[in-house]
Design a protein around this ligand. Structure first.
Ligand code: GDP
Ligand code: MG
Length: 171
């Protein structure tokens, strides 16, 4: 069997949007309520995606980094998950600037990316419409998922990560 490709994935988004919860959901299929919000971690994970083994290194950023730290995380990564919280309009407003910084750091390459609107279980507190997320993803030419790290019945969280790996494999 061919050596499995290794993919470096970095998760970005404002502190509190659920980056750590999403990563842990993806890795363990469990939800854990509280994480140290200042913690930054990397994880290794192997998965079989469309009959091919993929090794991922996943960087769960804290979301409180200064621009210089963000840029260094962006240089490290091959592909990116940008997360916002559907109940936090401000977190959605931070997506475009993050994407802008990514483009700048990675130019002239266009950046493999997926956009995730998390906390879809909190629909009663929603501040960002599904169609707004879809529109932004279309502008950024990337895949879009509304997910819930705590109620992930459809397996959408894994789907978002797997789609990013597929996108990287297509390159
Ligand atoms: P991070 O700072 O982006 O890593 O965010 P965390 O993963 O630490 O999550 C921040 C808070 O949001 C915690 O209290 C989590 O329990 C909560 N949270 C994360 N994901 C979800 C979700 O999908 N639904 C709900 N209801 N709460 C979530
Ligand atoms: Mg975190």
């Amino acid at each position: 069997m061919a050596k499995s490709p290794e993919m470096k994935l970095a998760v970005f988004g404002r502190a509190g949007v659920g980056k750590s919860a999403l990563v842990v959901r993806f890795l363990t299929r469990r939800f854990i309520w509280e994480y140290d919000p200042t913690l930054e971690s990397t994880y290794r994970h192997q998965a079989t995606i469309d009959d091919e083994v993929v090794t991922m290194e996943i960087l769960d950023t804290a979301g409180q980094e200064d621009t210089q730290q963000k840029e260094s995380h962006m240089r490290w990564g091959d592909g990116f998950v940008i997360v916002y919280d559907i109940t936090d309009r401000g977190s959605f407003d931070e997506v475009a600037p993050l994407r802008g910084l990514l483009e700048e750091v990675k130019k002239p390459k266009n950046v493999p990316l997926v956009l995730v609107g998390n906390k879809a279980d909190l629909d009663h507190a929603r501040q960002v419409g599904t169609e707004e997320g879809e529109r932004l993803a279309a502008e950024m030419a990337c895949a879009f998922y509304e997910c819930s790290a705590c109620a992930d019945e459809g397996g959408m969280v894994a789907e978002a990560f797997h789609e990013l790996c597929r996108e990287l494999r297509r390159r």
